[in-house]
Design a protein around this ligand. Structure first.
Ligand SMILES: Nc1ncnc2c1ncn2[C@@H]1O[C@H](COP(=O)(O)OP(=O)(O)OP(=O)(O)O)[C@@H](O)[C@H]1O
Length: 362
């Protein structure tokens, strides 16, 4: 990375004797959108608070925008934080709320007015809202105003702690689009904590997956999704099938043996095997549900799975099948159709390409 805006090195955080973060090293590039994901309690908010200066670190170092942050209080850091719960001033109008950081910085009024209007436009908020009070806005509009306020002074780093988790699904979708739009137009680096993995995949340039206070994997969404470091990451990001398997090296490639799969030539390339497995760890074969297809009678594939339909869910654009096969349940997503290709209790044969398999540490 040329010159990262955030450089965290070896950060530990203790609350009393409890170790909430262990050896966190992380760089965020200028203008990057990084998502922090992980199970509840893994330390995402703690890390965000350390970046913002609301918590001290117990060990390690933090440099933001070229400056060591150890002695720099939250108010003087080049960061802004947006919380899950809004903190709009109820007795100030939308214009006063958005312009507040510039007002505090004693900027001239014409400059504040121009900046407020720019933010209003970027967040697709109507001009007529300028004189409204927060209680006269919907939850989604209030969250947009909060985002506009956090961005009005163009901080180099915006820290977002699940800013959309309280919104309903439709509002969330539209605010996600707004957030991406905002990110594209302001050049600020975003660090975004979210529970919503689809949101992380959609919005982020890179995703940092955390577990029990440590970083498990940091990479681009496609890397995390198709090349997870281990079974935890594979199972955490999206639906997946993880089939127990034996994997052994054979020349430059790997041979696998899996009770559920019937393959004429069970060989996968070295880049389809996670490093831990290549080093001899127990393996699971990861198959994303959308990699599977329903085979017509007589149709063949590199590998097949024979089973019976347990359940199906019509999701509109796709149909999800749950299929009993060799003592396990396989999840398959196929494109939605108006006529159901198989129903409960039907025997089915699924096909998949060898190239779509990936072996992870079990
Ligand atoms: N002020 C505190 N004092 C003591 N322990 C704390 C404090 N804040 C957080 N913790 C503990 O540190 C761990 C990490 O908490 P944190 O809030 O960072 O997790 P998180 O990943 O953001 O979780 P969630 O997704 O549920 O918000 C948790 O076990 C939590 O109970």
């Amino acid at each position: 990375m040329v010159s990262p805006i955030i450089k965290a090195t070896g950060i530990d955080k203790y609350y009393g004797t409890y170790r909430a973060l262990t050896d966190i090293s992380l760089e965020v590039a200028n203008g990057e959108f990084l998502a922090l994901v992980g199970p509840s309690g893994c330390g995402k908010t703690t890390l965000l608070k350390i970046l913002a200066g609301f918590e001290d670190l117990s060990a390690g170092s933090l440099v933001i925008d070229g400056e060591d942050m150890t002695e720099i209080p939250a108010s003087a850091r080049p960061t802004r934080m947006v919380f899950q719960k809004l903190a709009l001033f109820p007795h100030k109008t939308v214009a006063q709320n958005i312009g507040f950081p510039l007002h505090l910085a004693k900027r001239p009024k014409p400059e504040i007015d121009a900046a407020v209007r720019r933010m209003l436009e970027l967040m697709h908020l109507k001009e007529s809202y300028l004189n409204r009070y927060p209680h006269e806005l919907s939850g989604g509009e209030q969250q947009r105003v909060a985002l506009a306020r956090s961005m009005v002074s163009q901080p180099p780093v915006l820290l977002l702690d699940e800013p959309m988790s309280a919104l309903d699904a439709k509002l969330k979708k539209s605010l996600q689009a707004e957030l991406k739009h905002l990110h594209r137009h302001v050049g600020t680096s975003f660090v975004h904590v979210t529970h919503d993995l689809e949101e992380a995949m959609m919005l982020a340039d890179r995703i940092c997956v955390m577990r029990a206070g440590k970083i498990v994997q940091l990479g681009e969404p496609s890397e995390i999704y198709y090349r997870p470091a281990n079974a935890f990451v594979a199972g955490f990001i999206g639906d997946t099938n993880l089939l127990p398997a034996k994997v052994t090296r054979e020349g430059d490639a790997f041979r696998f043996n899996c009770d559920v799969l019937d393959c004429a030539n069970p060989i996968i390339a070295a880049d389809q095997v996670a490093p831990g497995v290549a080093a001899g760890a127990d393996a699971a074969l990861m198959i994303r549900p959308e990699m599977l297809r329903l085979l017509a009678p007589g149709e063949s594939a590199d590998c097949t799975i024979t089973g019976t339909v347990n359940e199906y869910f019509i999701r509109g654009a796709s149909i999800q099948y749950r299929i009993a096969a060799a003592g396990t349940e396989i999840v398959m997503d196929i494109p939605g159709t108006s006529t159901l290709p198989a129903k409960q209790g039907d025997p089915v044969k699924l096909g998949l390409a060898l190239g779509d398999l990936f072996a992870v540490e079990a």
